[in-house]
Ligand binder design. Structure first.
Ligand SMILES: Nc1ncnc2[nH]cnc12
Length: 181
């Protein structure tokens, strides 16, 4: 297909559209929302690679179906989602800020009291769909640590660009970045 990147993962193939996200960089857009096959094939593969942890945490929104499936695979009744907005029903929200590669904007990440209690003193794996610049991951790590969690693993389905050279993350496949045309 034209202007697409062919990704093969977990025995599945997807044509990812190449989309500019700035004047210089385009990404091969990997969106697992709505894709039950990718989620159910990749979750067991990542579960095998993770160390023993007590809790999984992700940031809203694209990683949510994946962390749900991963938590089920790992026999965990609950997982934590850091939200991008403070909701009126959140008690004592813990807040951090992040700049995202896809939106190029400053975003808030926050946890309510129930989530903080789940993370406090626990061994935590940070989970995402794609690790790219690492900024979102860093913000999630800081938020988790501020909540008293101990970050024991950082993992994603894909590592994009230079993230593929990182030794401190667990991932299934590499995803290249492309020059913007
Ligand atoms: N290639 C990509 N596709 C979707 N979301 C992303 N976030 C960072 N890189 C991405």
């Amino acid at each position: 297909m034209n202007n697409c990147y062919t990704l093969t993962i977990g025995g599945l193939t997807r044509e990812l559209p190449i989309i500019p996200v700035s004047d210089t960089v385009s990404i091969a857009s990997f969106v697992i929302l709505g894709d039950t096959e990718i989620v159910s094939r990749t979750a067991p593969l990542l579960a095998e690679k993770l160390p023993e942890v007590d809790v999984l945490v992700t940031a809203e929104a694209k990683g949510i179906p994946f962390v749900y499936e991963l938590a089920k695979q790992m026999g965990m009744a609950r997982y934590v989602v850091a939200r991008k907005n403070v909701k009126p029903y959140m008690k004592d929200p813990l807040i951090n800020e992040v700049v995202s590669i896809t939106t190029q904007k400053k975003q808030t990440l926050c946890l309510d009291k129930q989530d903080r209690d789940l993370l406090y003193g626990k061994k935590v794996a940070l989970i995402d769909d794609v690790i790219s610049t690492g900024e979102s991951l860093k913000a999630l790590e800081k938020l988790t640590e501020n909540a008293g969690g101990i970050v024991a693993a950082k993992a994603a389905i894909l590592a994009e660009g230079n993230a593929a050279d990182r030794k401190d993350i667990i991932f299934l496949e590499k995803l290249p970045l492309f020059p913007a045309k």
